[in-house]
Design a binder for this molecule. Structure first.
Ligand code: MF3
Ligand code: CO
Length: 259
């Protein structure tokens, strides 16, 4: 069942999204070669808590950390660990959920560590672009399948693949609500998009095959062929005038070099 949000609820989710967006802006300054993913997690958790919010991933289905930090061939749900030290050229995705005043926002962002190769830079640019092409489809009158179609039909001709095993989702008082939002699909299919829906779009795009395998920790998914995986995720609200990005970083950024 899709839970439609009131304007007041969307306002609350926007406040959670503001803290989340500012956390990412903080991380952008912090992520460099030599930093461990455990340190990234600590910076994020401290920032969220010091702003009066709760890192909602901790304890969710027994997930142990505030963030997921997924490096290179890791698709999602990478564990932030002190022995995982980022090096020049790595690609790391940091995903987190912020809970404030009973409502959640969810956003993942990919960062290049130091100077990255053209392969990494191109993948990052295409993945981010695919997210915004998906968001553009989140309009009253469209269907959920239009979102996935926009993403898939943009990235596949570039030689990339769309991860199937993890998808976007409705969000509100709970982290995962209906609808399910695949990042692949056919136009005109799936649930109708209606005013007051709030959901994530979070394409995971690989340089190789889309298939994933799970680490022995039961969480971390990585590409079967060792190829690179990148992800950008926003939480957005559907209004009569189109989508509003609740986790928009550019609202709070001094420069507009990203987002
Ligand atoms: N933020 C993730 C998402 O987009 C959820 C991570 S699962 C958790 O759905 F267990 F880490 F919370
Ligand atoms: Co997320």
């Amino acid at each position: 069942m899709i839970i439609i949000k009131t304007l007041e609820e969307i306002e609350k989710m926007k406040k959670a999204g503001e803290i989340l967006a500012k956390t990412h802006l903080e991380l952008r300054k912090f992520i460099h070669p030599g930093v461990s993913t455990a340190e990234i997690d600590q910076v994020a958790e401290n920032f969220i808590r010091s702003h009066g919010a709760i890192p909602a991933q901790i304890g969710y289905k027994d997930y142990p950390y505030a963030t997921c930090t997924s490096v290179n061939d890791e698709i999602c749900h990478g564990f932030p660990l002190k022995e995982i030290i980022l090096k020049e050229g790595d690609l790391v995705t940091v995903d987190m959920v912020v809970l404030l005043d009973g409502y959640m926002a969810d956003s993942a962002w990919s960062y290049g560590v130091g100077q990255v190769s053209k392969e990494v830079a191109d993948l990052m640019a295409a993945t981010k672009k695919s997210l915004y092409l998906g968001i553009e489809q989140a309009r009253v009158g469209n269907r959920i399948g239009d979102i996935g179609h926009a993403i898939q039909s943009y990235v596949e001709p570039l030689g990339y693949s769309v991860v199937r095993d993890f998808i976007g989702h409705g969000i509100g008082k709970d982290m995962h609500e209906d609808p399910q939002v695949p990042h692949y699909g056919r136009p005109g299919r799936g649930p109708r998009i209606m005013e007051g829906m709030v959901f994530t779009i979070e394409p995971m795009i690989n340089t190789g095959a889309w298939m994933s395998k799970l680490d022995s920790n039961g969480w971390t998914a990585r590409t079967v062929d060792g190829s690179l995986s990148c992800q950008y995720e926003h939480t957005l609200a559907v209004t009569a005038d189109g989508p509003i990005i609740l986790t928009d970083q550019s609202l709070w950024s001094e420069d507009d070099s990203d987002a």
